[in-house]
Design a protein around this ligand. Structure first.
Ligand SMILES: Cc1cc2nc3c(=O)[nH]c(=O)nc-3n(C[C@H](O)[C@H](O)[C@H](O)COP(=O)(O)OP(=O)(O)OC[C@H]3O[C@@H](n4cnc5c(N)ncnc54)[C@H](O)[C@@H]3O)c2cc1C
Length: 387
């Protein structure tokens, strides 16, 4: 067992850390205020190769896998959750192509995303179906060499800048998840449009928006995998990215503690700085302990994906990492805001933004409750057995 990153991973961590400190950190507050997607930072991610971190070399990436992507995302999330999400989306919007795409589909889309020439998004959630994703209502009907899609999606991250979307739709509407198919939908598809953006609490640098399908004509060649077998593909896409969402949580928690430490060193109350009070020390010690546990869960989960294990046995470990690290991000933001008192509550300081940004992490890509359902099922089925 080895708990150390290898040399390549360490070099990536150094690069991501430098980019996060020098380029991302100075832009984070402004992005939050304007709600504008940071094209300039995307160019930085492109030039430094960070957009291609999660892609194999054969598709133009650096071959550092989901573990590499998690490393880069963790560093960004220390300062800016929107930037972390921009990197995460490189794989959230393409993994179904890795898992179920033809070589032609892979060659058409993956190298362009790895090079930062195209952006993608993942579209499952609908106004009537979030956690209960088998219940989506968007339909896809075969018509000659096209499928005709009707319906809508909402809360799709990165929708306003995406060139294509992985879209889940029902090809057999009445049979639950056995009637779902997955498609690649290009942004200029006739009958398709990106609708209105959601007004939201945090992670404002990456707009989320609705998608509208009104008789959208998608070439049959854009079906991913087999008709009616899309649910597994969509779940594999989600599952395999959970370690990277965990890395967003881990980085957020670390960013909160680093900032609160710096603040607490300088702020004096009752004749000593805040770090001199044991109540404050214990809050920080508690967070440090959980950060180390979250790191182990996160990178164990990422390694499982890179080892090609994303089936039923591995799923509960992705869920543990995701739930633990994202709940920790919320606890860290809450406690560190408390440590800063009124300055924590002020939007002149970053902690208030960390607090708002952290909140979405226990909702996206499977809520904390859904992760616990997956863990409990693994215990009940004996996939996890402590006996
Ligand atoms: C900022 C943001 C970005 C997003 N980006 C994307 C994206 O890019 N692509 C995409 O497809 N979706 C995206 N989503 C949607 C997200 O995946 C859903 O919000 C999430 O799956 C939860 O669905 P819901 O909001 O409909 O809540 P619901 O499913 O209605 O759940 C409501 C509450 O009930 C709980 N609950 C539901 N069922 C159960 C149960 N069986 N047992 C116990 N508790 C239960 C949930 O945990 C939750 O607390 C995004 C959401 C947000 C907020």
């Amino acid at each position: 067992m080895n708990f150390e990153f290898n040399d390549e991973q360490k070099a990536l961590q150094q690069l991501a850390r430098r980019v996060a400190k020098e380029k991302v950190a100075p832009r984070a507050a402004e992005m939050d205020e304007t709600g504008e997607y940071p094209e300039d930072l995307f160019q930085v991610f492109r030039e430094t190769g960070l957009v291609g971190v999660g892609f194999p070399e054969e598709y133009g990436g650096s071959g550092l896998g989901i573990t590499g992507l998690a490393i880069a995302v963790e560093e960004m999330a220390k300062y800016c959750n929107s930037s972390a999400l921009i990197l995460l989306l490189t794989r959230l919007g393409t993994s179904a192509i890795f898992f179920g795409g033809t070589e032609e589909q892979k060659q058409k889309y993956l190298p362009k995303v790895a090079a930062g020439e195209m952006r993608s998004a993942f579209a499952l959630t609908e106004p009537g179906a979030g956690s209960d994703s088998a219940n989506i209502r968007t339909t896809a009907r075969r018509d000659g060499d096209h499928y005709v899609l009707d319906g809508s999606k909402h809360w799709i991250s990165g929708a306003t800048v995406a060139d294509f979307f992985i879209v889940a739709a029902k090809t057999k509407p009445d049979v639950g998840n056995r009637g779902m198919s997955a498609f690649i939908v290009d942004k200029d598809t006739p009958g398709f449009r990106v609708g209105k953006a959601n007004k939201k609490m945090g992670v404002k640098g990456v707009p989320t928006a609705e998608l509208v399908f009104e008789g959208a004509r998608v070439p049959a060649a854009n079906l991913l995998g087999k008709e009616n077998e899309g649910f597994k593909l969509i779940m594999k896409n989600l599952n395999s990215l959970r370690p990277v969402v965990a890395a967003r949580g881990l980085g957020t928690a670390e960013g909160c503690v680093a900032y609160a430490m710096q603040y607490a060193r300088e702020r004096e109350t009752f004749g000593k700085n805040l770090l001199g009070h044991q109540a404050i020390q214990f809050m920080l010690a508690e967070l440090a302990m959980s950060i180390e546990a979250a790191r182990l869960l996160t990178y164990k989960a990422a390694q499982l994906v890179d080892d090609g294990q994303y089936g039923k046995q591995a799923a509960p470990y992705f869920s543990m990492a995701k739930a633990f690290a994202t709940e920790l991000a919320n606890k860290a933001a809450y406690d560190c805001l408390q440590i800063m008192g009124s300055y924590g509550y002020s939007s002149e300081y970053p902690m208030e933004r960390y607090y708002r940004d952290a909140r979405q992490l226990t909702i996206v890509e499977g809520t904390s409750q859904i992760q616990r359902i997956i863990m409990a099922k693994a215990l009940i089925d004996g996939d996890i057995n402590y006996g």
